[in-house]
Design a protein around this ligand. Structure first.
Ligand code: NI
Length: 171
C-alpha cells in the first residue's frame, strides 16, 4: 500500500472547501481510504483529511481505540456548551503545536465506507480530532483557532513564507 504525499502549508488545497462525495461514488474510493489510513499510521497521526493528501474531497480518517474510522461528508450536528483547551498539531504543519479550544462533546453524522449513514457522539480527545479534521474540509487549520502556539513558532513563520523544510521522516 503506498504512503501518499502529505501537503504542507502554504499549499492552497489546504485552504479550499472540499467537495462533497456522492453516495454512489463512495465504494469507488475504497483504495483511497486504505491508502489514507496507511499514510496516517505511517506518519504517526491520529487523523487525516483528504485535502492533506491532495484530494479536495469530504473524506476524513480518524484513529480510534476500535481501529481506523473513515467518514465521508462528515458534519457536526450537535456541540456541547462545554469546551476545553488542548494541544494540537497537524501533519500539514510539521513541528508546530498550539493550544486550541474545542467542544468537549460533539454529535457527528456522515457516510461510512460502505455508503451507509453513521451518527455517533464523540467525547474528549476523539471529539477534538473530529473537530480538527472537519475543519480541514472547510479550509480551516488549527493555527487559525490556536490561542497560543506552544512549540514551533519560528517554524510556523518559515512554513507560511514557503521556506519550510520537508519533514525529515518523509519517504
Ligand atoms: Ni490537521
Amino acid at each position: 500500500m503506498p504512503v501518499l504525499t502529505l501537503r504542507i502549508i502554504p499549499d492552497p488545497i489546504l485552504r479550499q472547501p472540499a467537495k462533497a462525495v456522492a453516495s454512489q461514488e463512495i465504494t469507488k474510493l475504497k483504495s483511497l481510504v486504505v491508502d489514507m489510513v496507511q499514510t496516517m499510521d505511517a506518519s504517526k497521526g491520529v487523523g487525516l483529511a483528504a485535502p492533506q493528501i491532495g484530494r479536495s474531497l469530504q473524506l476524513i480518517v480518524v484513529s480510534t481505540i476500535d481501529g481506523p474510522l473513515a467518514l465521508f461528508n462528515p458534519a457536526i450536528s450537535r456541540r456541547s456548551l462545554r469546551t476545553e483547551l488542548g494541544e494540537e498539531g497537524c501533519l500539514s504543519i510539521p513541528g508546530v503545536f498550539g493550544r486550541v479550544r474545542r467542544h468537549v462533546r460533539v454529535q457527528v453524522s456522515g457516510l461510512g465506507p460502505d455508503g451507509a449513514k453513521i451518527v455517533f457522539t464523540a467525547k474528549g480527545f476523539f471529539a477534538r480530532v473530529i473537530q480538527h479534521e472537519v475543519d480541514h474540509l472547510n479550509g480551516t487549520l488549527f493555527i487559525d483557532r490556536a490561542k497560543v502556539i506552544t512549540t514551533g513558532g519560528g517554524q510556523l513563520q518559515r512554513l507560511l513564507e514557503g521556506k519550510g523544510e520537508a519533514p525529515s521522516d518523509s519517504q
